[in-house]
Design a binder for this molecule. Structure first.
Ligand SMILES: Nc1ncnc2c1ncn2[C@@H]1O[C@H](COP(=O)(O)OP(=O)(O)O)[C@@H](O)[C@H]1O
Ligand SMILES: CC(=O)N[C@@H](CCC(=O)OP(=O)(O)O)C(=O)O
Length: 295
């Protein structure tokens, strides 16, 4: 006998209760990637998921990206985007535009979407409340021909060196949902552009988050046959990078997951931000929605 729509809905709601209790008063960091943005209906569904988390007693913290949107703005200004080792080469002019797009327009768009649900979001970047300090990234790559390792000069690309949780803790006790752009100052007074995955990992680690969710444009980590892998240990994830199953942009993402777990995050999930309500499906249903990476 097939279930009516309302029976299915009632079952889903009943199923959600133990998960809501499990995450009550716990911090969940959600990284909203630039590829998952752009569709107004999906944006609304994302905002209502975040609002529902807050209403259920969870402490959601949103960290967002905006790589494609930065690229579009740079093109408009006649500046070419250049990447090395998956990171945007960021000169003085570029960092100004990065800050404008990330901490300005995208940040406020997400804040506005959440506020339209009736909840209270506040837009921040690493500069606010001395929350995050960065220093110039020291990324190295191995030249495939000579096998020699060299340090990349990416300009004002930063890596997080300090996270002060005072402001986020204060917000967690209030009605406010923090929405954070991955831009941070250095002790040297410069502004740094930080990869949003890395930034989210550092925030989740400092907050000892129970979950860190990465919303991207694929269902999760896929095996060689293109099927979704529901759960991966750190050791299994490393093996998939080594044998080439995980490649491209998924490598730094999975490496960030591993770092976040080492920093104390209990579980990290990579899931499809293009599926409406994927955040709720992941957190509040039995099967989840993406790939869960656990210690
Ligand atoms: N094993 C894998 N499973 C899933 N995606 C993979 C895998 N290996 C490589 N990828 C690629 O990684 C991409 C996601 O990384 P990226 O584009 O950097 O995401 P985002 O921009 O959302 O941060 C996927 O779109 C896919 O092309
Ligand atoms: C250093 C570096 O590469 N920073 C990224 C920051 C935005 C980002 O990471 O956005 P997504 O999550 O949408 O990719 C950039 O400039 O594109």
């Amino acid at each position: 006998m097939s279930l009516t729509e309302s029976e299915t809905q009632a079952r889903l709601l009943a199923q959600a209760l133990p998960y809501m209790q499990r995450y009550e008063n716990k911090t969940i960091v959600v990284k909203y990637g630039g590829h998952a943005m752009g569709n107004p209906e999906l944006g609304k569904a994302f905002a209502s998921d975040i609002a529902l988390l807050k209403q259920s007693g969870v402490n959601p913290v949103v960290v967002h990206g905006g790589g494609p949107q930065i690229g579009a703005m740079l093109t408009k200004m006649g500046i070419e985007s250049k990447f090395e080792g998956g990171l945007r080469v960021t000169d003085e002019k570029t960092v100004e535009i990065v800050e404008m797009v990330l901490a300005g327009s995208i940040n406020k768009e997400i804040v506005a979407l959440i506020n339209q649900t009736g909840e209270w979001a506040i837009g921040l970047c690493g500069k606010d409340g001395n929350m995050v300090f960065a220093e110039k990234a020291k990324k190295t790559v191995v030249d495939p021909d000579s096998n020699i390792e060299r340090i990349l000069d990416l300009g004002f690309v930063g890596e997080v060196v300090e996270v002060d949780r005072t402001l986020i803790d204060l917000l967690a006790k209030s009605e406010m949902i923090p929405v954070i752009a991955p831009v941070a100052p250095g002790r040297d007074g410069h502004t740094y552009n930080i990869n949003a995955d890395t930034f989210a990992g550092a925030i989740a680690g400092a907050l000892n988050a129970v979950r860190l969710l990465f919303l991207t444009d694929v269902p999760g980590v896929l095996n060689k046959q293109g099927e979704l892998i529901k759960e991966l240990s750190v050791a299994e994830a490393r093996a998939l990078i080594k044998d080439g199953t995980i490649s491209g942009g998924m490598i730094p993402k999975v490496e960030t997951c591993i770092e976040a777990i080492k920093a104390g995050v209990q579980g990290v999930v990579i899931l499809n931000g293009k599926t409406p309500h994927s955040v709720l499906l992941e957190l509040f249903t039995e099967g989840g929605a993406g790939t869960l990476i656990v210690p």
